[in-house]
Design a protein around this ligand. Sequence first.
Ligand code: IMP
Ligand code: MG
Length: 203
Amino acid sequence: MRDVTKRQLLPSRQFTLPKEAYDCLEGILIPPKELRARIREMSLDIMRDYADKDLYALAILKGAIPFFTDLLFNSEMILQFDYGCRESSSYHGTQSGDLQMGQFNVEEVSGKDVLIVEDILDTGKTLLGHLAALGDKPRSVKIAVLLEKRLLDKQGNLIQKPVAADYVGFTIPNLFVVGYGLDYNNKYRYLQSIGVLKKEYYS
Ligand code: IMP
Ligand code: MG
């Protein structure tokens, strides 16, 4: 895990972005090179940990797609694995709502070592739902997330989450981020970096 919770944002103007992105971003939290380098490290960890396992990687759509692809395909990873995906949505704008999950045949992961691949762990509600839906069919279940938000209560104490990820790319502050698969109302997924949405977008 790399902690970027105290990091100063980089000005968006340092990056080549479409105009709509300059308009909505406060700044860049994680630039493309650093993202790629950290994902490569995570790939190597997974390769080591799953060398003698029956890996089934489950990507949570749509946000996890770029991360999933770089983690398992665009890496030097030499690993035998199967994969599938499941749709999931809970956010409306920057607000968390009820979790909705798409269809998935749980028999497909029966006896497998499942690695759930998700873009971000915020409250944990989404991943808790996916874990529950898999039940006890898999032989093992682990979680890989690109980002985890550090959530603090009013006294500044760390809020415990109902799920913990086994592989975390970056720990980020409690801000709404977009890019590299993460969206705001289905926009900005295409950005190559992780950027912070301007405060005026938060309701
Ligand atoms: P959780 O259920 O609260 O852990 O939230 C996880 C889900 O909410 C992820 O799958 C994301 O789709 C979405 N999400 C949470 N925080 C952000 C964010 O900062 N930007 C974009 N999507 C987010
Ligand atoms: Mg998502």
